[in-house]
Design a protein around this ligand. Structure first.
Ligand SMILES: *Cc1c(COP(=O)(O)O)cnc(C)c1O
Length: 394
């Protein structure tokens, strides 16, 4: 049964109630407090505004402390962090890298920066991330395990790596995914751009792969204006990540000597100052985001056309964005609701365009059945999720 106008209007008024009387409610707004001003001012006063300075070190340390990952290397954005994670995994040209079909374009772009080929995998309805069961069955079918790794029988290419993404902060089924990686000799990278503050079985996301990428873009749970970080527990990879993000300059040389064609992916100190202040307010923000998620869940509990997505079992999600899922996928209903919200200043959004439908990836290898990502594309509406919204709801 699809929704009629009366039901749509009812839904709209419930969303409006949660969003309060603001003339505009963005999808996700950064929160800037006194601490942000103090650190940025201190950075300006010191003159150390660029790619060296104490805030970069302090920000990296605070990320290590918060996530429990041994090493964090700050970068200019999340996409560059992902690019480096792929280089650390040794991904080479013409290899295939498995990625979710439902993700932000950066996951696929980063694979292409290494001249490897994104190979698209369907996701699970329970986690919105890569479906381990479907992946295992698929690889049993198309994969051939040789001494040096997994090969795609259809294309002849090596399949070296899996990137998982914790969609909107909800952790993937890591135990099962790790079993699949082990069975097929795949390296694992976590795109944790959306999942700072999200835990799987008590461990922070980003702890499970060989390396992981975070993002601090303006709409993420915390923001350094722009920024990202590489996380890893491996000291050699950490040193390599630092080297590759800082033009591979050989330390101790007076003239600039370099040993690799590397990147300038350094996070400026002024952005790190902002990031450090934001990390200090993260625990408080997470409390408010959980309260907001509860509020959405309670408000829509008795609706029978839709549900509000809840964190997977044994996970603690950061609830970066709250999601409304139509029980019956319908793009027209989805778009009508989004348009109606926009007319009253409430910004909601559909999920990203699926990877297999992007012109660049039409020819890419993919699972023949991408049914769940297609279904989710027609049913997800992202709801306003700024932690500030909780203040009208107490
Ligand atoms: C935001 C995001 C990125 C990239 O981060 P930027 O900092 O914008 O480069 C990568 N992957 C996912 C899933 C994201 O949501």
């Amino acid at each position: 049964m699809t929704m009629d106008d009366k039901q749509l209007n009812h839904l709209l008024s419930s969303i409006k109630q949660i969003c309060g009387d603001n003339s505009i409610t963005p999808l996700h707004e950064p929160t800037i407090g006194q601490l942000e001003k103090q650190y940025v001012q201190d950075c300006l006063d010191s003159g150390w505004i660029s790619s060296a300075g104490k805030y970069v070190d302090d920000f990296e340390k605070s990320l290590q402390n918060y996530t429990g990952v041994k090493y964090a290397i700050a970068t200019v954005n999340g996409t560059s962090a992902l690019h480096i994670c792929l280089l650390l995994a040794g991904v080479k040209a013409n290899e295939e890298v498995l990625i979710p079909n439902l993700t932000f374009i950066a996951t696929a772009n980063a694979v292409c920066y290494t001249s490897a080929i994104p190979h698209l995998i369907d996701v699970s309805m329970d986690t919105l991330g890569v479906d381990p069961v479907k992946l295992r069955i698929y690889l049993e079918d198309i994969g051939e395990l040789r001494l040096d790794g997994l090969y795609n029988k259809n294309t002849g290419n090596k399949i070296s790596t899996l990137i998982v993404m914790h969609t909107y902060g909800h952790p993937c089924d890591m135990d099962e995914l790790l079993i699949v990686c082990k069975k097929f000799n795949l390296k694992l990278i976590e795109d944790a751009a959306e999942s700072l503050g999200s835990f799987y079985h008590g461990k922070h996301t980003g702890q499970f792969g060989e390396s992981a990428a975070l993002s601090f873009n303006g709409n993420k749970i915390i923001s350094s204006g722009g920024g990202g970080a590489i996380l890893t527990n491996n000291s050699e990879l950490a040193a390599k990540a630092k080297h590759l993000t800082t033009t591979a300059k050989i330390p101790g040389t007076i003239s600039s000597e370099h040993d690799y064609i590397a990147y300038n992916y350094r996070l400026p100190n002024i952005n790190a100052a902002l990031g450090l202040a934001q990390i200090e307010s993260l625990p408080n923000k997470l409390v408010n985001k959980r309260l907001l998620a509860k509020k959405y869940q309670q408000t829509f509990a008795s609706e029978n056309h839709l549900k509000i997505f809840e964190e997977p079992k044994n996970c603690r999600s950061n609830y970066w964005l709250n999601l409304l899922l139509l029980n019956k996928p319908c793009r027209a209903t989805r778009d009508k609701l989004i348009t109606k919200c926009q007319e009253i200043g409430i910004y909601t959004r559909p999920v990203w365009g699926l990877m297999h439908r992007q012109v660049m990836f039409h020819q890419n290898p993919h699972m023949p059945n991408l049914e769940i990502s297609e279904r989710l594309f027609d049913s997800i509406i992202c709801l306003p999720s700024s932690p500030q919204l909780i203040s009208h709801n107490e």
